[in-house]
Design a protein around this ligand. Structure first.
Ligand code: NA7
Length: 540
């Protein structure tokens, strides 16, 4: 039966951002509904359940900061896997009955604004229709997956899976598996399945400059201490650091740092594990090429120590960096570099011998070699950051679909809203710090800002809010300047810039100035009565 309804707020997506919005909009006493394409809560963790899928933020800050939630929840590992994160969402649901306001298995296909009544009309794929004053797009950065077009793919007799559409149960034993892609996903899949498959062939275009995860169990004593003393400190501290983690980048100029200090600094950050060597390193890493080369050389030395074969060393950790260190996202790995020394693993460098076609029996590279496979895994990523939004037919005041409007590049104000699309916000999306930061840190920051904005509007009888073109232009310029000051554009393909998808405009898609600077911009606007936005009062 078609469910229709009128709500104050429609949220699209039931992951971390969507659930946070829901719980806090309820507190405002407003009516709210989440529309979710999947069958359950958990967002990206509902879809990304490939072998080895786990988060690369430490669990202490990969959860909501609400004491009513962390008090009674304990992750067992420092970097939880998708199963535990799904269990966390079940816990959140049990606690707050989230699901009573969620419509599952319904994909939002359009949202059209009606300026005369200040309302959105939202429709789903199966024809359900909703009206709302606000829409909050919580579609995540990785919801539209990317399958490269490869000649002959339809002829393949084996199975084909994209990492984000993993079958519930899959047995790799005895199988010859090919994995295309060595991003965060590829790394996790490869290290997980290598010990159990008959043969694994990895097709690598760019080596992943992965960092040691240093996974470990979290003891009962540690949990108790976190809850008794540390969590409140952590949740305050994360807003003070560049990336929303608990460590920060060192702003000290490299020119003022002695070689000994640097050498010790590298060692210390490496030993800490996780993303510390990247987001807890030196600010100049992202702008100073010479220094970046030093960091790369350190990384290369550490990684090469784990790879006995010189040919493999050169493929996985080449003498010449494939791109400056850290301008593409380094993944966290556990035993990734050892895997390639296994006898059942082959690494094919497709930057040298490109994929020519898929054949009925496998994959042929342009050196004439046919790699025989039973299963082909695409770990080829996503139309990142914008794909979840542009795949919805969103039309604002001038009726122009957002996909068209953004064809020449994303335009936003504060990475949260766009001119001509009133009462529409997004979280963890284009031009916000999104994945330059810890997810929940960035999500809670933006989500709370939106809640405050809606509260302000209700209290002041304002029916719509929309960024001005001038403010949007200035923000986008600021962001582009920040982006061009760094080494980001030196990566040939990078989802930070949209250049992983052919035809997509290349631009910095995320705010690269750090969480505190971003929060200041957002808070300054709010403090000045939402400076940079046009506000429309409700008729008396
Ligand atoms: P990523 O990081 O975009 O990685 C995709 C990988 O697939 C990467 O190694 C690409 O090589 C490779 N790729 C993409 N297209 C092709 C084609 N046509 N041929 C060969 N190889 C290809 O996606 P992930 O899913 O790993 O991670 C996404 C993020 O989600 C992750 O960082 C977390 O933040 C969450 P390339 O490097 O472009 O040469």
């Amino acid at each position: 039966m078609t469910e229709t309804g009128e709500y104050d707020v429609i949220i699209v997506g039931a992951g971390f951002a969507g659930v946070h919005q829901l719980l806090n909009i309820r507190k405002l006493g407003l009516t709210v509904k989440i529309i979710e394409a999947g069958e359950d809560l958990a967002g990206t963790w509902l879809w990304n359940k490939y072998p080895g899928a786990r988060v690369d933020s430490p669990m202490a800050i990969y959860q909501y900061s609400d004491p009513d939630l962390w008090r009674d929840w304990s992750f067992t590992e420092l970097y939880p896997d998708w199963r535990e994160i799904q269990a966390y969402f079940r816990y959140v649901d049990n606690k707050f009955d989230v699901k009573r306001d969620v419509l599952f298995n319904s994909r939002v296909v359009s949202a059209h604004w009606n300026d005369s009544v200040d309302r959105w009309t939202v429709t789903t794929e199966d024809g359900q229709l909703f009206q709302s004053q606000f829409i909050s797009l919580c579609t995540g950065i990785a919801s539209k997956y990317h399958l490269p077009e490869l000649r002959g793919i339809e002829s393949f007799k084996g199975e084909v899976h994209h990492s984000s559409r993993w079958p519930e149960k899959y047995n790799f034993e005895g199988k010859r598996v090919g994995v295309i892609g060595t991003g965060a996903t590829g790394v996790q899949i490869i290290q997980e399945i290598a010990p159990i498959v008959d043969h694994l062939t990895v097709f690598q275009r760019t080596p992943n400059l992965a960092l040691p995860m240093r996974q470990r169990k979290v003891s009962v004593e540690e949990q108790a201490r976190l809850k008794k003393e540390l969590y409140p400190i952590f949740y305050g501290r994360r807003y003070q650091t560049f990336s929303g983690f608990l460590y920060d980048v060192d702003p000290k100029p490299i020119a003022d740092t002695t070689p000994e200090e640097l050498a010790l600094g590298f060692e210390e950050k490496w030993a800490k594990g996780g993303l510390t060597f990247w987001l807890g390193a030196y600010a100049e890493l992202f702008s100073n090429k010479e220094f970046n080369d030093e960091a790369y050389a350190f990384w290369r030395k550490k990684v090469r120590e784990r790879i006995p074969d010189p040919e493999l060393q050169e493929k996985l950790a080449p003498m010449k960096p494939p791109h400056p260190f850290g301008v593409k996202r380094p993944s966290l790995e556990q035993r990734y570099f050892e895997v390639y020394s296994q006898r059942n693993v082959t690494l094919v460098d497709i930057s040298k011998t490109a994929i020519e076609e898929i054949t009925p029996n496998g994959l042929k590279t342009n050196d004439g070699v046919e790699h025989n496979l039973d299963v082909l895994v695409f770990a080829t990523g996503f139309d990142m950051v914008t794909g979840g939004i542009t795949s919805i037919d969103i039309r604002g005041q001038d009726g122009v679909p957002i996909k068209e409007k953004w064809a020449d590049g994303v335009q936003s104000y504060l990475g949260v809203a766009s001119a001509t699309y009133p009462n529409m916000f997004w979280i963890y999306g284009p031009q916000s710090p999104s994945s330059f930061s810890n997810g929940p840190s960035s999500i809670e920051l933006t989500s709370e800002w939106i809640i405050d904005c809606i509260r302000f509007m209700k209290a002041n009888n304002i029916s719509s809010i929309v960024p001005t073109n001038e403010a949007q232009h200035a923000y986008s310029e600021h962001l582009n300047q920040l982006g061009s000051a760094g080494l980001w554009s030196e990566a040939k393909t990078s989802w930070y810039l949209g250049s992983n998808i052919s035809g997509k405009k290349t631009q910095m898609l995320q705010f690269p100035g750090g969480l505190p600077a971003y929060a200041k911009l957002c808070n300054d606007s709010a403090a000045k009565g939402y400076n940079g936005f046009d506000l429309k009062r409700s008729p008396a």
